[in-house]
Design a binder for this molecule. Structure first.
Ligand code: SF4
Length: 374
């Protein structure tokens, strides 16, 4: 069982905060599709894919014909489960009913919209190309095209944002009834225009207390609306958890294709060249377009699994015992009582899982657990 990730490296306009690899010109998009099809031939596996994720960049810049070409190649090259989750990230400013219907007909069954905010000043600050009305329209179009599994991304701790505007954004998003919401605090990534503006003192970031208050509001509002928090930043309606992301968070294998894509197979990470031209040259030479790869030591695997599963739907006790010969409940005994009393962690006999309160102090609990496992 594995996940498949395909990176589509094109955007109409770069957002100031984004450090994903993408370029603003779509001039080479058809050549890119031909090369991606060739990269698929370079990466074979007999395993069964249970999810396929088109991320980016802006996959919705691909024409339905190009998307159908890639999907047909994937289906001919890999064993893909009949009930696989097929997700496509979309910018709300780039969709039409016709395109969404065509994507649906070619097999995409889940959409993820980068909405981020419904407040004009915040969207402008983030350099998004869409406005709030287009986000509303994108959801209506998605439903009309037959999508019953739709995610919306939300950003908080944006400079200038207030508890009132965040509350407005949350309520307006909930009124659209998405099946899944990913809510992230704005991160100032090195190398982005936003980071440069921060360093020049041109931006006043939200302070840590406000960031924490906003996160608490997000959790309280979404859980009260019936969404289950199943990862630090992710909330889903019943049976609408993102299967692809769970592959990452459970430490399972995922194959990644496209420039800058990161894969993880049998405890080895690899990452492709972060340049369309370097990636293209390698694929055309018939070699894997990897910039590098690294095999994780058993200790690194243990720490990674602890870190990822604690942030998500719980640390699997039996797997730690069988794979690493570690009895986590005994090892964490000095801390567990305090975490249980504080309502941060629950032990259901299968996993040690964070509660809503626990997700708010996830970093501290993770550090303590990593210290205990040595
Ligand atoms: S549209 Fe998405 S991928 Fe493209 S620059 Fe903006 S955040 Fe990054």
């Amino acid at each position: 069982m594995f996940g498949l990730y395909l990176h589509i490296p094109f955007c109409e306009k770069k957002c100031s905060y984004c450090d994903f690899y993408s370029i603003e010109s779509t001039e080479h998009i058809h050549a890119f599709v031909r090369t991606l099809v060739q990269e698929i031939d370079l990466r074979s596996t007999s395993d069964i894919a249970t999810s396929v994720f088109f991320g980016g960049g802006t996959p919705s810049l691909l024409s339905p014909a190009d998307m159908a070409t890639i999907i047909s190649k994937l289906c001919n090259s890999y064993a893909i489960a009949e009930d696989a989750e097929w997700t496509m990230e979309c910018n709300p400013g780039t969709v039409t009913l016709e395109r969404l219907e065509a994507y649906r007909a070619s097999g995409i069954n889940r959409l993820s919209f980068g909405v981020q905010s419904f407040t004009a000043s915040e969207l402008m600050f983030l350099d998004r190309i869409h406005n709030a009305d287009e986000a509303d329209a994108a959801m209506s179009l998605a439903r009309a095209a037959g999508f019953d599994n739709v995610n919306m991304d939300l950003m908080f701790a944006v400079p200038g944002q207030t508890m009132e505007t965040l509350n407005y954004n949350l309520l307006r998003m909930l009124s659209l009834e998405p099946d899944h919401i990913s809510a992230y605090s704005l991160i100032y990534e090195h190398g982005t225009p936003l980071y440069a503006r921060l360093k020049k003192g041109l931006i006043t970031p939200q302070n840590e207390e406000v960031d924490a208050e906003m996160y608490a509001l997000v959790i309280a509002t979404l859980t009260a609306a019936g969404y289950e928090q199943y990862e630090v930043s992710n909330f889903a309606r019943t049976r609408k958890q993102c299967r692809h992301n769970l592959t990452y968070w459970h430490g399972d294998n995922y194959l990644a294709l496209g420039p800058s894509a990161h894969g993880y197979i049998d405890n080895t990470r690899y990452w492709n060249h972060r340049s369309l031209s370097a990636w293209t040259s390698k694929v055309h030479e018939g070699v894997l377009p990897e910039a590098n790869r690294e095999a994780l030591t058993p200790h690194e695997q243990l720490v990674e699994l602890l870190f990822l599963t604690l942030r998500a739907d719980g640390v699997p006790l039996a797997e730690f015992q069988s794979r690493f010969d570690i009895d986590l409940q005994s090892l964490l005994q000095p801390d567990l009582g305090h975490w249980f009393d504080a309502g941060f962690v629950i032990d259901n006999g299968i996993t040690l899982r964070l509660t809503g309160e626990g997700y708010r102090v996830c970093d501290e609990i993770t550090l303590k657990m990593i210290e205990r496992v040595g």
